[in-house]
Design a protein around this ligand. Structure first.
Ligand code: PMP
Length: 444
């Protein structure tokens, strides 16, 4: 039988980070069969390297027998706990009736996009999933390229120009901070500048704050929900700061307005997935309650992340021709190799995708090419995640014997995050060849 498919799906590829995962698996098998023992450095995938906090694991196990369907919006006591969490951490004026839970914040963003009218405005470089989500829903997209000189931040002027390319009426801005891939966190006054434009033009903001509590300076993080409460839906969840990505629990915090948006989101969720898994909702109740162990866990993971991220940024920026952001949160750096573009092309590495593929083959080091971040293939910029290490071991060691000097920090990273240090070395070796006009070749 010839099964017919919707034509617009042809234009959507599967996520590049997952594709690279599959590629690494294939290459590892190839290497095993050919006696190559060099490890792979996986900087193309970003999930928390740490195990979830024990109180959350215990709560999940204790509630494994809970099997009833739960309300689509979430257990009332969970929504109250989430509202209290957002009041406590972000000073949001929030109550449980403004909270909806979802299977991951990815699910919430997708449902929001299907409920909201308007063109989707995406600052670039962007997280890999916003564009496919918009395309699946056949929504118009306007991307706004941010600039190095603005620290890759969306500015009010850039936003204004972008909105001129949208249709009249309401539009939807997806703002993401701390940003995947740049690691940028917006200050309160920067958010206010954006909020002014959004108010003027009736823009609804989906503020993707899934990395909020991974911000290296938590005092430095302001939620867009605080600055532009009437027009922002804040999304977050358990995946990053509490390392429970596979639990699939996200949240949306809705404006306190007479709009039907929240009810429509619940209606769409109920018609699509019914509810978030019951045991997970009970575990989330623990994760959002005031719990000293969970708070301490988030603080320690943040400190460790910040150390590794900043160290990797400094190692990369020592390589000639390489420019990188210094992350303020999240798990990623944005790395720009475009000063070497002509050198790449001179040895037949014609695009960023080709560079990423070749680097993986030759130096066993995976980066996520800029095309996955909505950049042109000629851009030679990539996302590099700094979480390829044994987080359980590193966290235990960190807690038992925290480094006190910068020398001890270096030694700690060399001992516990060896792939991060070695991987940068391999990138450097590859680029050395490129600079000398040689096409890098595989060495066993
Ligand atoms: N937004 C960004 C920027 C992300 O990086 C991710 C996960 N990679 C998500 C949203 C989705 O997270 P989850 O669905 O696990 O809540």
């Amino acid at each position: 039988m010839n099964i017919l498919l919707e034509a617009h799906l042809d234009d959507i590829s599967s996520p590049a980070n997952l594709r690279i995962n599959d590629q690494i698996r294939e290459y590892r098998e190839y290497c095993r069969a050919h006696g190559c023992t060099r490890p792979y450095h996986h900087f193309a995938f970003g999930q928390s390297p740490f195990p979830p906090p024990p109180p959350i694991i215990e709560a999940l196990a204790a509630n494994a027998a809970k099997h009833d369907y739960l309300p689509t919006a979430g257990l009332p006591e969970l929504r109250d706990a989430i509202a209290a969490f957002y009041r406590r951490h972000f000073d949001l004026d929030c109550t449980g009736d403004r909270v909806v839970v979802s299977p991951g914040s990815k699910g919430m963003i997708s449902i929001l996009l299907s409920a909201l009218q308007g063109t989707v405005v995406i600052p670039v470089p962007a997280w890999v999933s916003y564009l496919p989500q918009a395309k699946i829903l056949k929504k118009e997209v306007v991307s706004i390229r941010t600039r190095r000189e603005d620290g890759f931040r969306l500015t009010p002027d850039l936003l204004k120009n972008g909105l001129e390319r949208c249709g009249a009426g309401q539009n939807i801005l997806i703002l993401n901070h701390p940003c995947n891939p740049t690691g940028v966190v917006y200050s309160e006054s920067e958010l206010e500048g954006l909020a002014d434009i959004c108010r003027l033009h009736g823009v609804v903001v989906i503020s993707d704050e899934i990395y909020a509590l991974t911000s290296f300076e938590t005092d430095g993080f302001t939620s867009m929900g605080k600055v532009y409460p009437e027009g922002t839906i804040v999304t977050g969840g358990l995946s990053k700061d509490r390392s429970c990505g596979g639990y699939r629990l996200g949240v949306g915090i809705f404006p306190e307005s007479p709009s039907r948006l929240r009810e429509d989101v619940v209606k769409l969720g109920g018609s699509t997935y019914s509810c978030v898994a019951s045991p997970v909702q009970y575990a989330a109740l623990k994760a959002y309650s005031t719990d000293a162990a969970v708070e301490e866990y988030m603080r320690d993971c943040r400190t460790l992340n910040s150390l590794v991220g900043r160290r990797m940024a400094s190692l990369l920026s020592e390589l000639p021709g390489v420019r990188t952001t210094t992350p303020q949160g999240g798990f990623y750096l944005y790395v720009d190799f475009s000063d070497l573009r002509d050198r790449f092309k001179a040895v037949g590495v014609d695009s960023c995708d080709e560079f990423a593929r070749h680097l993986l083959q030759i130096e066993h080091t995976a980066l996520l090419p800029g095309t996955a971040l909505l950049l042109p293939d000629d851009d030679f910029s990539v996302r590099c995640s700094f979480v390829d290490y044994d987080g359980a071991k590193a966290l235990a060691e960190w807690r038992g014997n925290p480094p006190r000097t910068s020398e001890e920090e270096d030694a700690f990273i060399r001992a516990h995050c060896p792939l991060v240090v070695d991987g940068v070395g391999y990138v450097g070796r590859y680029l050395d060849q490129i600079r000398r006009g040689l096409r890098p070749e595989h060495v066993m």
